[in-house]
Each structure stands twice: as C-alpha cells, then as structure tokens.
Design a protein around this ligand. Structure first.
Ligand code: GRG
Length: 291
C-alpha cells in the first residue's frame, strides 16, 4: 500500500502549527502589537511544513525521539522560523517584490515594509532562542548547523541577485540552488539525524540530493504550475530572465535530473528499512508535489 503522504503532512502541519501558534501568542504578549500580529500572520499562513516533516522523519528513521517535547521538534520549529524569515524578506519590493504568498497577501502588503523587515529579523533571533532553550547538549551543534546553512542560503540569494541579466553556467546555477534552497533542506535531514543520534549519520548527501530535487521541482512548477494551486505568482523566473536549470537544459532533462536525485536519495535510505518509510515518502513527494 502506498504511504499516505498527504495525511502524514497534514498531521505534521497540525502539530507544527499548534506549537507555532503557542509561541506566537507568547511573543504577542511581550511585543508591540503590530509586530506581534505580523509575526503571527507570517508564521501561521499555511505552508507545507516540508522542512519540519523532513526533520521529524529523519529523526524517526534513526529511532530518535520525534515527539512534541523532543529536541527534533524544537529544531524543526527553529528551521521553519528561518525558512519563514527568508520568504518574508524575499517577497519585499527590494528583492522579488511579490504580493502573494501561500495564497494570501505577503507580509509587507498585509502590514508594511518596515514591519516585514522586522518580522524577518525577529524570526532569526527567535529561532535560535527557541532552539537553545532546549537544555540539551545537542542544541549547540544544531544551532551551529542552522547558522551555517542560513548563511549559505544568504550567499545563494546574493548569487541569484548578482546573476540578474547575465547568463550563468550550469555549475553556477547548481551552486546558487545549493545555497538558496538546498542549504535549509540539507539542514533538515542532517538536523533530524543529529537530534536522533548526535551525528549526521552519513545522511548529508541525502539532504543535498533532496535539496537539488526540490529546487528543480520548484523551477518546473514555476513554468508549468498554476497560481491558484501554488498560492503564488507563476512564470516569474522566466519573465525575470532568471537562470534556472530548466531554462538551461530544458524541461525534460531537468525533470530527469530531479527524478535521478530523488532515486539516489531513496537508494541511500533503503538500508534504514521500515523506520525510514515516511522519509522515503517525503523524498518522493519532493518531486511529485503540485505546490
Ligand atoms: C531573503 C536571505 C533570503 C533568502 C531568500 C527562500 C529564498 C531565499 C527565496 C525564495 C524564492 C524561492 C521561491 C525559492 C524557491 C525555493 C523555495 C524556498 C520555495 C518555497 O518553499 P516551500 O515550497 O514553501 O517549502 P512553503 O510555503 O510550503 O513553506
């Protein structure tokens, strides 16, 4: 029987949303009202919660504690806060200038630009504060992992901005993708492993393959998906002349590479057996998703 990935993601989202709702309520009590409202709006605006799901499934695959009170959940929430900050900042007029995210107004449209900037800044601090409050020796290596990969994401974004209006080579595009999107996806898998066993457990290449597959799938959705399902504008990479893998090698070859990256990840996960079932289903979801 196929793994019920949609149900699984719904269950993870419900757990993650519950924790984020509680945290947002706590921050609202101690923040200026507009900032508190905007933090809550940004964090609870839907989203697939794919990164938290990857953290928890990796932890489970290695027989770690993926429960609500465990370190893996704490890391999953911190990672989702960093991901949310990156989306809020990326949507700003000085970056991608988007009005729509997760099917509703972006934070700077629903509030204002300075508030959106502060939401992103605040989420960076709050992510590390939440993770380091764990009182667990593994929180420090997890914080280092998150800091390193959030920095790699910023570098990837800078490469993307430098590339506007100029042709990139394939290796430059791959480097950009590995930073902008791959870094946080890789940290989800590695973080889940560290929370479970104290070490990356050889799963970093799996994270990198999934990061690559995710970004190619995202670029393909931008070309072939529809705005109503995706909850964001489509066709904007092409309109902006952005260097993406599908633009460089064509849609069919890009699809083939995403599938190959997914297959490589699945092969590496095969020895983990039944406990890695959810993680393997998430790997497949990365390339089959419609949003
Ligand atoms: C501003 C420092 C800084 C970085 C921005 C996130 C990012 C880097 C750029 C966003 C542009 C973009 C759409 C990249 C493609 C990959 C990506 C991060 C897609 C959104 O992630 P999903 O699909 O989003 O997991 P949800 O809404 O489901 O959480």
């Amino acid at each position: 029987m196929p793994f019920p990935i949609e149900d699984h993601l719904r269950r993870v989202s419900k757990r993650v949303d519950g924790h984020l709702r509680e945290l947002a309520a706590e921050w609202r009590r101690s923040s200026p009202a507009r900032l508190g409202d905007a933090l809550e709006y940004a964090l609870l605006g839907g989203g697939k919660r794919l990164r938290p799901a990857l953290v928890l499934a990796t932890c489970e695959a290695l027989s770690g504690d993926a429960g609500d009170d465990g370190l893996a959940m704490r890391f999953a929430l911190a990672l989702e806060m960093i991901h949310t900050y990156s989306l809020v900042h990326d949507d700003l007029p000085c970056m991608d200038d988007d009005d729509l995210r997760r099917g509703r107004a972006t934070v700077h449209k629903a509030f204002d630009e300075p508030t959106a900037l502060l939401v992103g800044d605040g989420l960076q601090s709050l992510a590390f504060r939440h993770l380091l409050a764990a009182g667990d020796a593994r929180a420090a290596p997890l914080a280092s992992l998150l800091a390193e990969n959030a920095w790699r994401m910023v570098q990837g974004q800078a490469l993307d901005m430098d590339a506007q209006g100029r042709a990139l080579t394939e290796s430059e595009v791959l480097e950009l993708m590995a930073g902008k999107t791959g870094a946080l996806i890789t940290s989800a898998v590695v973080g889940g492993a560290i929370a479970a066993s104290g070490s990356p457990s050889g799963l970093e290449p799996v994270g990198r393959r999934l990061g690559l597959a995710f970004q190619i799938a995202d670029d393909l959705l931008d070309l072939t998906g529809d705005a109503a399902t995706l909850g964001k504008r489509v066709g904007k990479d092409q309109a902006a002349g952005k260097a993406t893998l599908p633009a460089l090698v064509g849609v069919d070859e890009a699809r083939r590479r995403a599938d190959a990256a997914c297959e490589e990840a699945l092969a590496a996960l095969a020895p983990l057996g039944a406990p890695a079932e959810a993680l393997r289903a998430l790997a497949r979801f990365v390339v089959t998703r419609r949003k």
